[in-house]
Design a protein around this ligand. Sequence first.
Ligand code: ZN
Length: 234
Amino acid sequence: MSAVQLATGIWRIPTTPFDLVNSFLLADDDGSLTLVDAGMKRADKRILAALAGLGRAPEDVRRIVLTHAHADHAGGLAATQSATGAQVLSHDRDAVYLQSGTVPQRDGSTRMGRIANRLPGGGFAKVTVAETFQDGELLPIAGGLRIVHTPGHTPGHVSLLHEATGVLVTGDSIFNVRGLRYSPATFCTDIRLSRETADRLGELDFEVAAFTHGEHVSSGAREAVRAFLRGRSR
Ligand SMILES: [Zn+2]
């Protein structure tokens, strides 16, 4: 699957059919690349193929930023990390899960959440997190990548705003699968908090809404996201 350009120096990399799981790539002026998320197990092959399609080498990827520690974002992380030699960065609160290859507890208020908490597995190969970040930080990536902490899906879940181009990566706060929607309750650590923090995204300035699940929206994106949040928030 080939990369889809979202703005100058920013691409979406679908790692499954139908854009169900996406990674993102940001280019710096010095030629180095930053990957956001590494998909499910074996997504590394698709990520490396997309890089080759852009005429780039695996070693060009110097950093991998994780939106959160779930197996559909970190499943291919260890393999991508070893293929590229990149450093892994995550929010402070999810680093512990990435380093142990485990996932945070699910919200126990749904039956499916309680069942998931009792089942073994759901993890992924562990990695070393080289650096952690916190809410509001501007990472020195592609001229500045703003961390917007949107906990609830996981404790350290983040959305990412590239202010120069107005590309917002929502992470799992908002899905675009059969329309805009909040992340499914079953996967959240704290369902109510995940929705409350997703609402923060409507206050940001952006031109392109890019989702880790689903196709991006590049025209009227802010209006579409705000209309969704207005309609769905209580
Ligand atoms: Zn996800």
